[in-house]
Ligand binder design. Structure first.
Ligand SMILES: [Fe+2]
Length: 312
């Protein structure tokens, strides 16, 4: 292992240990204060057990509690059904176990989609140096008509060229403020991809260049921040990720950390929505960022079955 790899590994573990200690100290201080001032030992111990159980669940169980969400959307275009798999935010190299990622990919392949769309944060920026190792795992993905991706904020590092070259080799087409025309069973439509709007690198105008206004358009964007720009653009379907569905949520609340300056982000943090004529799906992602916990926001594979009016 070279010095840089050792440094990365050391930094990552140190970062994690510091955060874990920080939270442990906060919880301990809170509990001790509670016990001293309230003199309610039973309540204090019960609270401590409850917190421990929540942490255990959020660390060991929920991050691996994969959900397959299925939705059907009908459009006012003439085409037969297209099966789409939408995944996002793998954060390869951060916290997830490789064995579990391979199981997820196996599950995706079993679903036999026409297309697989990945809406960014494929890698974790702290481990860009291990691109080859994780690209070989992504290379196991299979779709009948193509695999497309856009870049997330975590993919933008000094190794970005290496990442793009590696993705090209395993036939994952990355769309950076550009589009591609698709013909499937006589239906012609466009797949557009923007660079990450969360960090202001999107250029939807450029991606839309040369596309007739009345054509069917499917847009991939890492962050739902792109919703600021879609007014009057007539995008039929938008797929996004980035929010991790909040990653850690409290009951009855949306996201604790909004991950965005887009004021409606809490509303659009996960699930299927419609704004005027555009359908939007925000995927909760597969991986985790900052801390290895998920609570009330399980990892997700989305299956979208889109169909149009029947061909005469
Ligand atoms: Fe992410």
């Amino acid at each position: 292992m070279n010095d840089y790899l050792t440094y990365q590994k050391h930094t990552r573990y140190t970062h994690f240990i510091i955060k874990a200690c920080f939270y442990f100290i906060i919880i301990s201080v809170f509990l001790i204060s509670f016990l001293i001032y309230q003199k309610a030992k039973f309540l204090g111990i019960s609270f401590f057990i409850l917190i421990s159980l929540i942490f255990t669940y959020a660390y060991f169980i929920e991050p691996y509690n994969l959900k397959v969400s299925e939705h059907k959307i009908n459009f006012n275009f003439y085409f037969s059904q297209i099966k789409i798999i939408h995944i996002s935010d793998l954060h390869l190299g951060a916290f997830l176990k490789e064995k579990w990622i391979k199981e997820v990919i196996h599950k995706i392949n079993q679903l036999q989609a026409d297309f697989i769309f990945i809406t960014g944060d494929l890698m974790d920026r702290r481990k860009q140096v291990e691109i080859d190792r994780y690209i070989s795992i992504l290379g196991l993905l299979r779709a009948k008509s193509g695999i497309y991706a856009v870049l997330g904020n975590h993919d933008q590092s000094k190794e970005i060229k290496e990442l793009l070259n590696s993705l090209e080799k395993i036939k994952i087409k990355v769309l950076i403020n550009e589009s591609e025309k698709i013909s499937l069973n006589g239906f012609h439509f466009w797949i557009l991809g923007v660079n990450d709007p969360y960090i202001g690198r999107d250029n939807l105008k450029l991606a839309l260049e040369g596309i007739p206004e009345d054509n069917f358009k499917l847009l991939l964007s890492h962050s739902p921040d792109i919703l600021r720009r879609i007014e009057s653009k007539k995008i039929n379907l938008i797929l996004a990720g980035h929010t991790h569905g909040g990653q850690v949520r409290l009951p009855f609340f949306k996201t604790l950390i909004p991950f965005s300056t887009y004021k409606e982000i809490n509303y659009y943090s996960s699930g299927l929505f419609k704004i005027k004529d555009s359908w939007i799906y925000v995927n909760r992602g597969l991986g985790m960022d900052n801390l290895p916990f998920r609570f009330l926001s399980s990892p997700e594979i989305t299956v979208l079955k889109i169909s149009g009016k029947k061909l005469e």
